[in-house]
Structures are given as C-alpha cells and as structure tokens.
Design a protein around this ligand. Structure first.
Ligand SMILES: Nc1ncnc2c1ncn2[C@@H]1O[C@H](COP(=O)(O)OP(=O)(O)OP(=O)(O)O)[C@@H](O)[C@H]1O
Length: 266
C-alpha cells in the first residue's frame, strides 16, 4: 500500500518536474465563475510571455474547453502519455476532451474519480511550463482534497472565487481553513459578478449585495457583463480578453497579482 502510494507520488512528481508553479482556483460552490477566473489567469500569464498549462479537474462540470472554444477536440496520446491540446500556446487538459460524446455525463464514484485524477496528472506530458493552473471541482470535498493531498507541497497557492450574497463570510472562512489545514497558501479572493455598471449613465449597482471580507484579500472585483457572457457562450474568452475594456482589464489584473505575489516567494 505504502509502496504503491510512493510510486504514484513519484509518477506525479516526474510528470510535473518541468512545471515551475502550480496555482489552484477554487470556489465554495458551483457556478460562481471559477472557470472564468482559471482561464483568465492562464491567458493573462500567457499574454505576459509565460508558458502555461491548464488542468480542468472538474470531472462533472468541465467547462474549460467550452470557454476556450475547443470543446469538439479530443486529447491524443503519445505511447501511454497524454498530449495537452495547445491553444495559443496554452496546454489544455480536461476530462471533457477524453469524451467522444460530449453530452454523456461521467458517472464515477469517489475512488474511480480519485484514480482518474491521479492518472491524468501523472500521465500527461506537461512539458516545460512556468505555470500550471488547476480549475478545481467546486467546494471543499473529496475531489479538491485528493488533488491537494497528492500534489502536496508542489502547489504555490490558491485563489478563491466568490460572488456576493448570503454566507460569503462563512464560505471564505471555510475555504481558508481548508487551505490552512492542507498547508496551501491562500493568495486572495476574486469577487465575480460584484456589480453591474449601467452602460448609459455609468452608475454602479451592487445587485447581489456587498462582500464583507477584508478588502486587502480582494484580488479583483469583476462586474456582471452581458457582453462577456456572450463571448464565453461562443468559446471566445481569449478574444474577449484581448479587448481593452473595463471587465477584461479587471480579469487580467488577476494574472498580474499572481505574478507579483509568487515572484516574492521562493
Ligand atoms: N462576470 C460575469 N458576467 C457575466 N456572466 C458571467 C460572469 N461570470 C460568469 N458568467 C457566466 O456564468 C457561467 C458560469 O461561469 P463559470 O463556468 O466560470 O463558473 P464555475 O464556477 O466554473 O461553474 P461550475 O461550478 O459549473 O464549473 C458562465 O457560463 C458565464 O457565462
């Protein structure tokens, strides 16, 4: 048992040996914009000249390929190793890219999911990357715990994504204690759908309320932006982030924040 655990750890470390920094993106619940933040972080770092890969570790709701416009592609293998799909020089690996029929739900129980996550981590040819961004399954349950436990001290830090509303304080403190207990550095929180800016008069409406956490922890506040939603729906997040508008600038601030904070830690 111990020897098989050690051999899995060795395989994962070998696969990730040329990956410099691993950043995980997590949320207390689903549908808050975790994938948007993961993709924006990966694209932002790539635009700064870093080599980046993104692992969509959300087995049940994998949306990274959809957001990046590669939902119909399939991962290829070289021998028994998986090759990431490269889009704009960002390597993408997702469970959805293993499926021929995308509408087919993955119905795996806990141990199988753990096994699949470990396989994908250790069998991918990640190559030389400055950053690996992991879009985590929502919550602080089994799957996020598995990823963190197996990656151990390889994770450079974690970003939390929230939306304003009830229980925010509770969600943030729960996620922070999860990270504290698993020895992962908390980098800060992105507040998504923080406000809506009237396109006519420019007034700000905090539709879902305010967020009662220390402002020093807030990496960026992302507005509700119907235009962004359209680009996401069409798999064009890269094109959207290349535009110079208020939302895209705020989304790109996340990569600047991560670059700065992680350059200060060894
Ligand atoms: N700031 C925003 N403005 C407008 N629409 C948004 C914004 N953020 C996210 N959305 C919309 O909300 C949906 C969910 O976003 P996203 O997939 O990033 O959330 P998630 O937390 O990763 O969800 P899941 O838990 O299902 O993986 C997207 O389809 C997107 O269109």
């Amino acid at each position: 048992m111990l020897s098989s655990r050690l051999s899995i750890i060795n395989d994962i470390n070998a696969a990730l040996k040329d990956v410099d920094k691993i950043v995980i993106v997590m949320s207390g619940k689903g549908g808050v914009g975790k994938t948007l933040v993961s993709c924006s972080l990966a694209i932002g770092l790539n635009m700064k000249g870093y080599s980046v890969a993104i692992l969509d570790a959300d087995i049940h709701g994998p949306s990274v390929p959809w957001m990046l416009g590669i939902a119909n592609e399939l991962l290829r293998a070289e021998g028994d190793r998986i090759l990431p799909i490269e889009i704009n020089d960002i390597g993408v690996v997702s469970f959805d890219l293993l499926l021929d029929v995308k509408e087919m739900p993955i119905v795996w129980r806990g141990p199988l999911k753990t096994r699949a996550l470990l396989e994908i981590l250790s069998k991918t040819l990640w190559g030389r990357r400055d950053y690996l961004i992991i879009d985590m399954p929502p919550g602080t349950g089994d799957e996020p715990l598995t990823i963190i436990q197996w990656l151990r001290d390889r994770i450079s830090g974690a970003i939390l994504v929230i939306t304003p509303g009830m229980l925010v304080k509770h969600i943030v403190s729960k996620a922070k204690s999860f990270l504290y207990n698993t020895n992962v550095k908390y980098l800060g929180t992105v507040v998504n759908m923080a406000y809506f800016k009237c396109p006519v008069c420019g007034s700000i409406h905090r539709i879902f309320g305010t967020v009662d956490i220390d402002s020093k922890e807030i990496i960026a506040e992302i507005p509700i932006d119907p235009d962004l939603a359209k680009y996401i729906e069409n798999g064009k997040i890269i094109e959207y982030l290349k535009q110079e508008n208020e939302t895209s600038k705020k989304l790109l601030m996340i990569s600047t924040y991560v670059e700065n904070i992680l350059s200060k830690t060894p």
